[in-house]
Each structure stands twice: as C-alpha cells, then as structure tokens.
Design a protein around this ligand. Structure first.
Ligand code: XIL
Length: 301
C-alpha cells in the first residue's frame, strides 16, 4: 500500500528522542534506518519527524536541570540526527507542538522541559542548528489545531505567525508550516479562517504542508458507510479550504490503513467500535477518503 499510494514517507515514531536516545550517550538508528532505506529504494521522498518535542522523551531527558545542559543535549541531538540523514531526509519537522493548546491560558508556548530550561529560544536553537548542519534541508514548524472556528484556534494561528516572524527577523531559516490536521469529526472546518491563515503565511514567505491528516471519528455514527462518508466530506472541506487559498507543498496522512492508527488508543469510541480515521480500511480497501485525496495527488491535475 505504501508503494501504491505514497510519494512521501514519514517515520511516525522512529525518529523521536524516545526511539533514538534510550541512553544519553548512544543513538539507536535501527528503526529509522530501515524506513529511510525503504523510501529510498522506492524513490519516495522523506519527512523527518521530529527534532524537538515535549513528548516521547526518554526518562533521562527529564532529569536535565540546567540551561547549559539542555542546550548542549539539544544541539548535539540535532547535529547527529540531521547529519546522519543529510541528503536523504529533505524536510524536517524541526519543532513539534510548541504552541500551547489555548495560548490565552499562560502564554503562547507549551510547558515542556525545553521551554522550562531554555525559554522560547529553544525554537531558535533548534532551527539554527538544523540549518547549520544541512543548509539544503527544508525546515518546518509543525503544530496542531489550526482548523476550527474558536478563539483559541485564532490565538494558535497568531502564535505560529509570530514564531515564524521572529525566526525570520533573526535571520534563522524557516521554510514551512506543517499543519497536523487531526480533524475532529464532530466539529466544523473554519474555511474562511484557514484561507486567511494561508494568506498570512504566504505574506511571511513560508510554504505550508498538511502533515498528519486523519479523522478523529469517536463521535461519528457507528455505521461504517455513514462514518466513512462523513470523514471523507470533512477531509474534502479541509483540503478545499487550504488548496483554494494556496496549494500545500505536500499532503501527508498519519498512517495509511485503519489497521494501524493511534486514534483507537487516544480517542476511543464509547461503543467500542474500531476507529476508521484513514484512507484505507483495515483490509487495505480504499474508502471514500482515498478518492478525495486522489484529487490532490501530484500529477492528478
Ligand atoms: C503519535 C503516534 O502515532 C503514536 O503511535 C505514539 O504512541 C504517540 O505519538 N502529534 C504528533 C505525532 O506530532 O507524533 C503523534 O504520533 C500524534 C500527535
């Protein structure tokens, strides 16, 4: 299925600190190397996910206690990882989910070990280091919850624009905003808000890409046909909003088949039915969502 449907491969967990850095002084690239080799063998592009996140950290990271220590470890991590895949991983989610879910409650940045020890500068350090190791890499700020119509979402968009503006003002390279797009099935898409956001990003001269598309279908009807049609319409509404303002650099789903998805554990349904968030069902049969994505596939016109 990956060979049939995908132009881009993303290791979903194998490049996270938790996977690479069981121990402070060694790196385990076994899982990531396998996926990178698969993509290259199949002439697929790669996205690296992710160099800095407040989650999926090995226990030793949380024992760091000083600014100097955090900065040293962060820089070393990015130097080693980006250097290893230089020329192979063309795009990096340099930082992931640094914006607070609701920036009105306590400021724009998430409370993570990086923010606590380094302040907002953790973002600058990450981008600056990635750029210095691989000047040709596309460097992306990846974050979530940009698509709804509430006040918190408006603040998240403002926070993303402010981070990009700050990096640019300091001369630190940033090339794109990644929009995760874990879409809540029960909520409406804010098409006008998304389109305005796309224009604001264009004005800052950064590209956009959809990086983790899936549908959180925990509150959608049980009937699978009805549920799949609702999910496909939601994805169409979202992509239409984005594309009508500005074609994204890539559209990437978070998984491919309902057989393997994080939604079951993170957003379980009350009726116990299995989640159906992705374009292929658990038996790899295309669902209506695949037809929607097909309209936007490169070369599809
Ligand atoms: C998720 C993975 O899909 C799960 O397998 C893992 O247990 C937890 O992380 N936002 C992100 C992704 O940026 O890295 C997360 O991936 C989903 C939410």
């Amino acid at each position: 299925a990956l060979k049939t449907y995908c132009d881009v491969i993303v290791p979903m967990n194998d490049l996270k600190w938790e996977a690479l850095r069981h121990e402070r002084d060694s790196f385990d690239f076994s899982g990531a190397d396998e996926l990178v080799a698969f993509a290259i063998a199949n002439k697929q592009a790669l996205r690296g996910h992710t160099l800095l996140w407040g989650e999926a950290l090995p226990p030793w990271v949380k024992t760091m206690s000083s600014r100097a220590e955090a900065e040293r470890e962060l820089i070393r991590h990015i130097e080693v990882v980006v250097d290893r895949y230089r020329g192979r991983i063309a795009t990096w989610d340099v930082v992931n989910e640094v914006i607070r879910f609701d920036p009105r409650e306590g400021g724009p940045y998430r409370d993570t070990i990086w923010q606590r020890l380094l302040g907002p500068e953790h973002i600058d350090i990450a981008f600056r280091t990635a750029a210095s190791v691989d000047p040709k890499a596309r460097l992306v700020l990846n974050d979530c919850n940009f698509e709804e119509a509430d006040a918190g979402t408006a603040e998240r968009r403002k926070a993303a624009l402010a981070i990009i503006r700050r990096l640019k003002d300091k001369g630190i390279p940033v090339h794109g905003l990644g929009m995760q797009a874990h879409l809540y099935g029960e909520n409406a898409i804010d098409s006008h808000g998304i389109q305005q956001f796309m224009r604001d990003l264009a004005a800052l001269e950064v590209e956009v890409e959809v990086t983790e598309l899936d549908v959180i279908d925990w509150k959608l009807p049980a009937d699978s046909g009805t549920r799949d049609r609702a999910s496909a319409s939601l994805v169409a509404a979202y992509l239409d909003a984005v594309v009508s303002a500005r074609p994204p650099k890539a559209i990437v789903t978070w998984g491919l088949s309902d057989r393997y998805t994080w939604i079951n554990e993170t957003f379980p349904r009350k009726d116990g039915a299995r989640a159906r968030p992705l374009p292929l069902d658990a038996d790899y049969k295309p669902k209506p969502m695949m037809a929607v994505l097909g309209r936007y596939r490169r070369g599809a016109g």
